[in-house]
Ligand binder design. Structure first.
Ligand code: UDP
Length: 465
């Protein structure tokens, strides 16, 4: 969902603002009702599900490898669909897992772009990765030395990506093969904006001038924040509940489309929320495994009722918090929740979409990164732009109830939280300006559309070789 939602938004904007036609090919998991609902919504975009290619890997393989094997299995169908299209499309835009398909675009006489649905900082790590000295990567993975990215803030090991934390050769060989294809793109679109990550965007735009480890010059188009606006007509229990709460009085808790906590951690979170004495909405999933992690293939499956959640919540929790809290099983209408006037704070796993959705609604965050590149995102939010505070786990990996209580209170009522809440409201305005007609991101996407147009004229006029 973290890739699907911004891709659909990108396709919508290309059609509605930039006069293009768009087809969205979806490699679905086939198990998510949220994915199904999203694709059923009326849209100006032509949506084509790619036949569900179940991964040949066992389900305990790292998520990165599972997704990449599903993507690769779908390429022959993608190729034949594009080859059969009349008129021939002008450009193919893929995500990081789709970079091997850039060669299909080039072979079929099209432009090939990548849309990175993450921060520019993660993009820069991926972009420069093929030029990194192996010894530096080894020192990062084995000795936890910072990873130095040219022109960007170095990545301390506590903020590193899951690929390096896992320290499994096949995972980072896989990551490297996707990353190395970035250099073959005709441009990279990034879901960020100039004022959010100025230093990193400067480093990326100067990439071609770097000496040693020089990478191909690829234009970078910051086009964010691209987020879904939510549906103002949506009716749901949670929105009705929020309607009954005072302005800016609720903290929303959710770990994205795939985040799950271990049972002990759910207990600590429940106590932390209760002890904070704040109003809350919590999207809850059953515990999975012994770690807090991502289990994308169960997320979004329907489950309902307090009884279901009572099984793994502390005894009496739902009853005791009935007046101030609401627990929603599995999935909530996040875009609508975050834009509700009663929501002031968000305990988030720091998926990039969740982070942006919080910023565009001026909602301050408590960051609780779990997997993928979420620790880098947490560092951007807390250290670079100061719109969040981060929870800290103890040695056993558990974030304790007192820590949760303190950080939630800080964001919802504390003095320190006041500055954070003010900054996020400022950033909301800067994000709005960036995507409004004439703003930096709007213009950036207009440049992509115009490059497509120039390319199409040359190609279809017979000048393309
Ligand atoms: N989301 C939602 N309801 C939920 C959980 C997630 O609507 O209960 C949406 C959320 O608004 C966001 C996306 O799913 O747009 C998750 O993307 P993100 O990048 O935050 O995290 P990921 O799921 O990729 O880890």
């Amino acid at each position: 969902m973290g890739h699907l939602i911004p891709f659909l938004e990108l396709a919508n904007r290309l059609v509605l603002h930039h006069n293009l036609q768009a087809t969205l090919f979806v490699v679905g998991t086939g198990s998510s009702s949220a994915e199904f609902a999203l694709l059923q919504k009326p849209s100006p975009v032509n949506i084509i599900p790619l036949p569900h290619a179940s991964s040949s890997l066992d389900s305990n393989a790292p998520i990165f490898n599972i997704i990449s094997s599903m993507m690769t299995a779908s390429f022959p169908f993608l190729r034949s669909s594009i080859a059969a299209a009349n008129p021939r499309p002008v450009a193919l835009i893929v995500d990081l897992f789709g970079t091997p398909a850039l060669s299909i675009a080039h072979e079929l006489g099209m432009l090939g772009f990548v849309f990175m649905t993450t921060s520019a900082w993660f993009l820069s790590l991926s972009f420069f990765y093929p030029s990194f000295d192996k010894s530096m990567v080894d020192a990062h993975v084995d000795n936890h030395d910072p990873l130095v990215i040219p022109g960007c803030t170095p990545v301390r090991f506590e903020n590193t990506i899951e690929v390096f934390e896992l320290n499994q050769k096949e995972v980072y060989v896989g990551f490297g093969s996707f990353a190395s294809e970035l250099g073959t793109a005709d441009g990279i679109l990034s879901n960020t904006w100039q004022d959010l990550e100025p230093t990193t965007l400067k480093a990326l735009s100067e990439a071609g001038t770097l000496g040693k480890g020089k990478v191909n010059e690829v234009p970078i188009f910051p086009i964010g924040p691209l987020t879904s606006n939510g549906d103002p007509t949506l009716e749901s229990e949670v929105l009705k509940w929020l309607d009954r709460q005072p302005d800016e009085s609720v903290i929303y808790v959710s770990f994205g489309s795939g985040g799950t906590l271990r049972e002990e951690q759910i207990t600590e979170l429940a106590w932390g929320l209760e002890m904070s004495q704040q109003r809350f909405v919590w999207v809850i999933r059953p515990p999975a495994g012994t770690e807090s992690m991502g289990t994308f293939f169960t997320a979004g499956r329907g489950s309902s009722g307090d009884d279901w959640a009572s099984e793994f919540l502390p005894e009496g929790f739902i009853k005791r918090t009935k007046e101030v809290g609401l627990v929603i099983p599995m999935w909530g209408p996040q875009a609508e929740i975050l834009s509700h006037r009663s929501v002031r704070g968000f305990v988030t796993h720091c998926g990039w979409n969740s982070s942006l959705e919080s910023i565009v609604n001026g909602v301050a965050m408590v960051t609780w990164p779990l997997y993928a590149e979420q620790k880098m995102n947490a560092a951007v939010l807390t250290e670079e732009v100061g719109v969040a505070v981060r929870v800290r786990a103890e040695g056993d990996g558990l974030v304790k109830r007192k820590e949760i209580e303190n950080k939630v209170r800080m964001i919802m009522e504390g003095k320190e939280g006041g500055g954070i809440r003010e900054r996020v409201k400022g950033l909301k305005i800067s994000g709005e300006k960036a995507v409004t007609k004439g703003g930096s991101s709007y213009n950036s996407l207009a440049r992509v559309a115009s490059e497509c147009d120039i390319f199409r004229r040359r190609r279809d006029g017979g000048c393309y070789s």
